[in-house]
Design a binder for this molecule. Structure first.
Ligand code: DTR
Ligand code: ZN
Ligand code: ZN
Length: 316
């Protein structure tokens, strides 16, 4: 595992160890608890879309994709890292090899908070080779980037330590996130009190799915959408199908949001959420048309604000 570390706050920094969790769900956020954290800021969807425009430009300038091992993926890492370094995060690039090509994870720690209780937020940054991967998964990557920048902008210093991550080679089978988890000692994994995953949160024909893994994390997201008057459904399609899986397998409480991929929206779902029944949530899933126009702004906005709500709530 080769690390390079930089960032204004960085002096001699190592990717801090996390230890195997001994407890159940994330402490301090019992199911049904009323919001107690300082109010999360609104995440400007224009800021999220500006990151998507950059990722689109990167893909366009690099053979139309940002896939593992490509120049487009490395340029995506460099873009996100530069934003975080400028905002005061301590960043580390973790290298790994998969299918004979070099992959990169970007891990960004927000200085402060109890490093014995880490709240992690992650999204995969790679696309498939067929296209730019703006919904899958520029949407999650851009939303957590803008949330991290909001932490810096507002000078938020929660009780728990905040760590953000952008994973490589998810499309090859969660390779980057598995590499990260496997390279932490058991005593290190336990310090992660929860891992929040965001993979496809701006689908053009959106659904509002909440991962039904850890009950406290699930309830936190449900509380947010209840406050919006938006119904949600449990995310059952994705068990094991994104970067939360290695964390869950290691005993870390996980949760997340999903707006749908190639499954078909039912008539009942269209009545509940709008959009088009009988059509996939994202008709451009893993296709070249997954471009910057393949995004529903309302879903992206709502999910970005839900991420901030959960970060403020669970890290307090
Ligand atoms: N595996 C993701 C897309 C995906 C499909 N179903 C789910 C459910 C939950 C999260 C993600 C997904 C990918 O292709 O990147
Ligand atoms: Zn994908
Ligand atoms: Zn994905």
């Amino acid at each position: 595992m080769k690390l390079s570390v930089s960032g204004r706050a960085a002096t001699a920094v190592t990717v801090s160890a996390v230890m195997l969790l001994t407890g159940g769900s994330i402490a301090g956020a019992a199911p049904g608890s009323a919001p107690t954290a300082a109010a999360a800021p609104d995440i400007p969807v224009a800021g999220v879309k500006a990151h998507l425009a950059q990722l689109q430009s990167i893909a366009t300038a690099n053979n139309g994709n940002r896939a593992h091992g490509s120049a487009g993926y490395k340029a995506s890492i460099d873009y996100v890292k530069a934003k975080l370094d400028a905002a005061g995060f301590t960043t580390a690039v973790q290298q790994f090899t998969s299918s004979g090509r070099t992959g990169y994870n970007l891990v960004a720690d927000w200085p402060g908070g109890d490093t014995g209780r880490v709240v992690m937020v992650g999204s995969h940054l790679d696309s498939v080779s067929a296209g730019p991967g703006i919904n899958d998964n520029g949407s999650g990557s851009a939303a957590i980037l803008e949330t991290a920048l909001a932490v810096s902008r507002t000078g938020y210093h929660p009780a728990r330590h905040l760590r953000f991550a952008w994973w490589g080679a998810e499309e090859l089978g969660m390779v980057g996130s598995r590499y990260y988890v496997n390279n932490l000692s058991p005593s290190d994994r336990s310090k992660i009190s929860g891992y929040l995953n965001f993979d496809m949160i701006g689908s053009p024909n959106p659904g509002y799915f909440v991962y039904d893994d850890d009950p406290a994390i699930e309830k936190t997201f449900q509380n947010y959408f209840t406050g919006l008057g938006v119904a949600t459904e449990p995310e059952t399609e994705g068990d094991g199908r994104s970067d939360h899986a290695p964390f869950k397998n290691a005993g870390v409480p996980v949760g997340g949001l999903f707006s749908g991929a190639d499954y078909i929206k039912t008539a009942a779902q269209a009545t509940k959420w709008g959009g088009t029944s009988g059509q996939a949530f994202d008709r451009c899933y893993h296709r070249s048309c997954d471009t910057a126009s393949n995004i529903n702004d309302t879903a992206l906005n709502r999910n970005s604000d839900a991420i901030a709500y959960a970060v403020w709530e669970l890290a307090s």
